[in-house]
Design a protein around this ligand. Sequence first.
Ligand code: GLV
Length: 320
Amino acid sequence: MSNLPLAIVSHALPNDWLAMLKDRCQLLIGPAELEAHLSEAEGLFTLLTLRVDEVLLSRAQRLRVVSNMAVGVDNVDVAACTRRGIPVGNTPGVLTEATADLTMALLLSAARRLPEASADAREGRWATWTPTAWLGADLNGATLGIVGLGRIGLAVATRAKAFGMQIVYANRNANQEAEQTLRASRLSLDDLLRQSDFVSLHLPLSSETRRLIDERALRLMKPTAILVNAARGGVVNMTALHRALSEGWIAGAALDVTDPEPLPADHPLYRLPNCLITPHIGSATRGARKRMAELACENLLAGLEGKPMPHCVNREVYNR
Ligand code: GLV
């Protein structure tokens, strides 16, 4: 029997993404192993699809570290981990550029109606070129409102600037870098919603941000505006969004995240031509996902070896 600590990876991942765990812990991989051995696990490597809540934690009496392979940790009851002295790791930074690229892809696709136009060509409805067919929204000169100017919001703003967009943002704190280098202006959320041609959400999901974009917020937006969400689905009230899109309060939405996930196949949002939905692929590039896994391994090993994690969301556990 080895003396190495037992760690469970909640879902199968490519071997080379987990290479650094080899020889440094006993590793069990997959949901069945999780179910069978949770009570013995000292380390848990999780994905955002696994709910780490009181119920799971109470079964994991030996747990010393949770390492989430995501920047968002809304799937983890961080307060419950903190009460147990368990550090929780996340993976910021390494997915910033990939997620910002996807956000721009969503924004551009919605602005130029790519899914609908592509379906028209593919399905044989393309009769001829006409001057007024498929008119979309201009980016150059349009105002992009960024709600939550963290790393990803800033990377989106930098890209949007290169497309000639004016940047406004709503954030708890002012961001001097964005104001100086991108000439971004900080607004209240309501003013941002009123003034923006595109609104892009980059907030973590928390009790303060849940359903922040509700009926009231959507009614403040311009009827020509497009909402982009590559953050968390729960930040938007999906029922209100459906009404906003079907009744013309706003022009379109592009969502990489929904509430719930997966969004059921019969959800009415899929039937709206002005709503583009992708299945939570913001960080899904080969480079970003591998770096996320590696950073999650580094966090896990640090936790197992009693060292501070490179990225920990509840550092207060170290001060006890
Ligand atoms: C993805 O959504 C993440 O939080 O990393």
